[in-house]
Write a protein that binds this ligand. Structure first.
Ligand code: COA
Length: 260
């Protein structure tokens, strides 16, 4: 659909979702939040998709935040709904049963950093800038930023980024653990697709087990987390992919994982 705020394309088993509002630096308005929610819901159930790359259109921005023009006139009740709308979509991304990589091609500010943080991996161009500048608008992060940044980078960095609001460069974001890798801007797409291709060739049920263990274990005590891991580990022995992976190792050949 030409008026969709998203465009999608396939690269083998990798689905690339691009937020396509470059004239507004890919700002997240309600329509874009809903389109992302629908795109991820569909991708979750498409067995042909084994890894997802999420990025922003144009040379400047991944996502420059929630749409400030749209927020400007919201009532408190509408503001609360807007927050819930973004949080619901981002929780869906975080709980996706297949890996999602944020390809951070420029500014990832406010809702943009929040969106990147709910992805499982983040690769940034060396030109990217990330931050939580909501304080400069008299606002606070509302799509999970105070919570996910705290878990990702700790209290000191989260307080600094949210209280001061000044964006940081990609190198510092990597040093703080906010992004996994920084690559030259010209190599960002190739490097990201290479990584996504590797994930798409991995054992889907094991990838899903790892994501589930980390989502569940990150929010409960060690005993429950270990118990959950043990249950998931045991489940892997019911899969063809586990027989294939261990068998291929013993036969000194490359495994072929099918997600069964
Ligand atoms: N919401 C709505 N529109 C936005 C936006 C946002 N978060 N961020 C950028 N835009 C729009 C601008 O209004 C401008 O639209 P216009 O051409 O119709 O006036 C367009 O995108 C280009 O942005 P501009 O500010 O002109 O680009 P720049 O290169 O001078 O600055 C930024 C880039 C990212 C530094 C600047 O756009 C910015 O600070 N954006 C807001 C960041 C923010 O506070 N995010 C958190 C929101 S909760």
């Amino acid at each position: 659909m030409s008026d969709s705020p998203l465009s999608t394309r396939r690269d083998g088993a990798v689905l690339v979702i691009t937020i396509n509002r470059p004239d507004k630096l890919n700002a997240l308005n309600a329509a874009t939040l809903d389109a992302l929610d629908a795109a991820f819901a569909e991708a979750a159930h498409d067995d042909g998709v084994r890894a997802i790359v999420l990025t922003g259109a144009g040379p400047k921005a991944f996502v420059a935040g929630a749409d400030i023009a749209e927020m400007n006139t919201l009532t408190p009740v509408q503001g609360r709904d807007f927050s819930l709308r973004g949080q619901r979509m981002m929780r869906r991304v975080e709980k996706m049963p297949k890996p999602v990589i944020a390809m951070i091609n420029g500014f990832a500010l406010g809702g943009g950093l929040e969106l990147a943080m709910c992805c499982h991996l983040r690769i940034a161009a060396d030109t990217a800038k990330v931050g939580q500048p909501e304080i400069n608008l008299g606002l606070i992060p509302g799509f999970g930023g105070t919570q996910r940044l705290l878990r990702l980078a700790g209290r000191a960095a989260t307080l600094e980024l949210c209280l001061i609001g000044t964006p940081i460069d990609a190198a510092r974001a990597a040093a703080l653990g906010i992004v996994n890798r920084v690559v030259p801007a010209a190599e960002l797409e190739a490097e990201t697709l290479k990584l996504a291709g590797k994930l798409a060739g991995s054992a889907p049920l094991a990838l899903r087990g790892i994501i589930d263990c980390i989502n569940v274990g990150g929010e409960c005590g060690i005993e429950e987390g270990l118990e959950y891991e043990t249950a998931q580990f045991g489940l892997m022995f019911s899969t063809d992919d586990m027989r294939e992976g261990t068998g291929a190792f013993l036969e000194r050949r490359q495994p072929e994982f099918r997600g069964s």
